[in-house]
Design a protein around this ligand. Structure first.
Ligand SMILES: CC(C)(COP(=O)(O)OP(=O)(O)OC[C@H]1O[C@@H](n2cnc3c(N)ncnc32)[C@H](O)[C@@H]1OP(=O)(O)O)[C@@H](O)C(=O)NCCC(=O)NCCS
Length: 241
């Protein structure tokens, strides 16, 4: 059997395998790293109702999966993504969500391969604003996204979990930066808040640090860090990817 690790669109026939892979990865991931989805939500995404799902197989088995989701109609925009023009939010934004890789298959670039496939697909759907929310402690995941040219544009404390909001725009000017850089340790949450509050975006990685630079368009100042009321009973649904 061929064992080329190539992403493909996931179909309804794979739904139960997707649910199983999700459950096993979520149960062993640190709390808040990945947002659990109901079977109904996953089914709606797989069938194209609210996004699309992609997977990678090895030896015929599903070993990695990732979702592309569209903003729900009832949500006009998110405070963390003020750079996305409100009128483009519904039809123009897409979320990179729910990347799961079986532990024995990690470190081979599968998350990044699934990112490329989802980006290409999102573009065919006319999406121009690519968003993600990643737990601040999930170094592997946000490092991958920064390498894929998403910028940290905000931070939120959702249900107690610190979350980076990341954004890549088809119009690169929207997240363009210039000027001197500031290095922030990934775990220095106050340092991220200060950089974001000063109108900087996290755009690069250097020696394990995040490189912040001043945003050319300063339209996120004052909106880059938000704190939500804690809902401990929903804590496990904090993050997306
Ligand atoms: C996050 C996850 C999807 C990454 O999948 P993956 O396919 O292993 O990722 P990739 O192979 O594309 O990238 C891994 C990269 O991180 C690097 N890496 C691994 N561990 C690392 C660490 N502790 N710190 C920093 N970098 C690390 C690897 O070296 C690799 O980089 P390289 O290719 O330049 O060597 C996977 O670990 C996973 O399923 N985690 C649990 C669920 C989860 O957190 N999902 C994401 C939610 S936002």
């Amino acid at each position: 059997m061929s064992n080329r690790l190539i992403p493909e669109r996931l179909t309804q026939a794979d739904l139960s395998a997707l649910i199983k892979l999700n459950e096993s990865v979520i149960s062993s991931a640190p709390p808040g790293y990945i947002r659990p989805k109901s079977e109904a939500d996953l089914a709606a995404i797989v069938t194209g109702g609210s996004g699309a799902a992609f997977c990678i197989r090895s030896q015929g088995e599903l070993v990695a999966a990732a979702l592309l989701t569209y903003p729900p109609p009832q949500v006009a925009g998110l405070p963390l993504f003020p750079r996305v023009p409100p009128e483009q939010w519904l039809d123009g934004a897409a979320f990179f969500d729910g990347a799961v890789v079986r532990p024995d298959m990690r470190g081979q670039g599968l998350q990044r391969a699934l990112f490329d496939t989802r980006l290409a697909y999102a573009r065919t759907q006319g999406r121009r604003w690519f968003c993600a929310g990643v737990h601040a402690g999930n170094v592997v995941s946000w490092s991958n996204l920064i390498r894929k040219r998403l910028a940290i544009v905000g931070m939120a404390f959702f249900y107690g979990y610190p979350l980076f909001a990341l954004l890549r725009a088809e119009d690169a000017d929207a997240v363009a930066t210039d000027g001197p850089s500031r290095l922030v340790d990934p775990y220095d949450l106050a340092g991220h808040e200060r950089a974001l509050g000063a109108g900087m975006l996290g755009v690069d990685l250097l020696d394990g640090q995040i490189v912040y630079r001043r945003a050319v368009r300063a339209d996120t100042i004052g909106q880059s860090v938000i704190r939500n009321v804690a809902h401990p009973e929903r804590a496990s649904s904090a993050a997306s990817a």
